[in-house]
Design a protein around this ligand. Structure first.
Ligand code: ZN
Length: 126
């Protein structure tokens, strides 16, 4: 089960953690910031959509007043259940992009600049 290992120290990350913190999880061993690769999340979403479509089709055949409501409910539940399950199976962890380091601002290179105009060479206005 190499799908959910820290790419840094090879520590195993529990699937529950991966699913719970899809926006980023800290490796419990080395503290490396990790995130689920976007491709895995896309696959999980597609699986959820497929499951919800199937559930909707199955439920939409049911007669009765609830026939209009149940398909939507089942589709919603199917997406909510299948999507995280698919994410557990397919999730690949990668190093999260490091926080953008504040770069020193290169303010005004003094070299090669124009000679200072002090206003002395403009001549007085009459
Ligand atoms: Zn680690």
């Amino acid at each position: 089960m190499a799908a959910r290992m820290c790419p840094h120290c090879k520590a195993e990350i529990t699937a529950a953690n991966v699913v719970a913190y899809t926006n980023g999880v800290d490796c419990p061993k080395c503290g490396m910031r990790l995130e689920v690769a976007s491709g895995s999340r896309t696959i999980a979403t597609l699986c959820g959509l497929a499951a919800s479509a199937i559930a909707w089709r199955l439920a939409s055949g049911s007669p009765g007043d609830l026939g209009a409501v149940l398909p939507t409910l089942y589709a919603f539940l199917a997406f909510g259940i299948v999507s995280p399950l698919a994410l557990m199976v397919t999730a690949n962890l990668r190093n999260a992009p490091a926080l953008p380091a504040p770069e020193p601002v290169h303010a005004g290179g003094a070299h090669g600049g124009p000679p200072g105009h002090d206003g002395g060479d403009h001549g007085p206005h009459h």
